[in-house]
Design a protein around this ligand. Structure first.
Ligand SMILES: [Zn+2]
Ligand SMILES: [Zn+2]
Length: 314
């Protein structure tokens, strides 16, 4: 079957690969859509995050052998560790991710544990299905922030995670959302979706700031722009450096919350939301064009903000 394969640092290529082996308690999913994630662009460019050769792709949907439309929760947890027992399966001590630790969905077919399969609601389109996984990250971050309806929200970064944070905040009743990015094209999307958009940094004061970039400078900005008592929720992973003013954090009783992935309830919540959203910022391309597209995005092109690959697209 056809697949997009990460073969070496900086290189993804179209290859013919063997059909997936479907293990016990697994099902074969015929892929209809698989989103290119910023973490994959970073992981191909930067040694140490993904181990080649690898078929990536962890944001996907398709059909099972009996024709059922499904998406897949790619976070595989062990179910037996203390964190799983505590209901924190997103940070399971033995977690694996489809498309990271085992072959993913940049391919015509992918084998997944039956327990990871989530049936799609009737009538949900493939575009919406394809952004369920990034949206689930945003639903989780919004929940960690205490679902702050009525709050003034700042969002740093207008990629897929930042835009889904924006959309979750507006769906959740935020008083206002301001979004900042260096890319005018991406900010135009944020403005269209209902946010105030600013280049390159946030300018106001916020009750909650979501940092969807995760660099030292955005960490610093996310705290500097908070009101005392506010919370910064960090989703981005661009840099290991924290970079913020710790004395300001203490004197202002500010909080920093790390947000990683989602649980099953967040994932289900995302499925409800994506059905209602404007997803005009999401574009679908043939899987055949995946190598060129991936390389262009990896080299810094800002658009399409979210690219989905489909073996069915022409
Ligand atoms: Zn992702
Ligand atoms: Zn576990």
């Amino acid at each position: 079957m056809k697949a997009l394969v990460f073969t070496a640092t900086g290189v993804v290529e179209s290859h013919d690969v063997p059909e997936p082996e479907v293990g016990r308690d697994e099902v074969l999913v015929h892929v209809m859509t698989s989103g290119i994630c910023g973490s994959e662009l970073h992981g191909v460019r930067t040694p140490g995050f993904r181990v080649p050769p690898l078929v990536m792709g962890h944001e996907f949907a398709g059909r099972t052998g009996d024709g059922q439309a499904v998406t897949v929760n790619p976070i595989l947890s062990c179910g037996t560790c203390d964190l799983c027992a505590a209901g924190l399966r997103n940070v399971c001590r033995n977690r694996q991710i489809i498309g990271v630790h085992r072959p993913g969905a940049f391919a015509e077919r992918v084998a997944v544990p039956a327990s990871a399969v989530v049936p799609l609601p009737e009538g949900l389109g493939w575009t919406a299905a394809g952004v369920t996984e990034p949206a689930a990250n945003a639903v989780h971050a919004w929940r960690l922030a205490g679902r702050p309806a009525g709050a003034r929200i700042g969002v740093i970064g207008a990629g897929a995670i930042g835009l889904t944070c924006l959309q979750v905040a507006l769906s959740g009743g935020a008083a206002s959302v301001e979004i900042a990015d260096r890319s005018p094209e991406r900010l135009a999307v944020g403005a269209r979706l209902g946010a105030r958009a600013t280049v390159p940094e946030l300018t106001g004061e916020y009750d909650v700031v979501f940092d969807a970039v995760g660099g030292a400078a955005t960490h610093e900005q996310s705290l500097a722009r908070l009101r005392p008592g506010g919370a910064a929720v960090w989703l981005g992973l661009a840099d290991h450096v924290a970079g913020y003013d710790a004395a300001d954090l203490v004197r202002g009783e500010k909080r920093v919350l790390g947000s990683f992935a989602y649980d099953d309830a967040d994932f289900a919540g995302a499925l409800d939301l994506v059905a209602q959203w404007d997803l005009s910022w999401v574009e679908t391309f043939p899987l055949d064009e995946g190598a060129d597209l991936f390389t262009t995005l990896m080299n810094g092109r800002a658009t399409p903000v979210k690219a989905l690959l489909s073996p069915e697209a022409r």
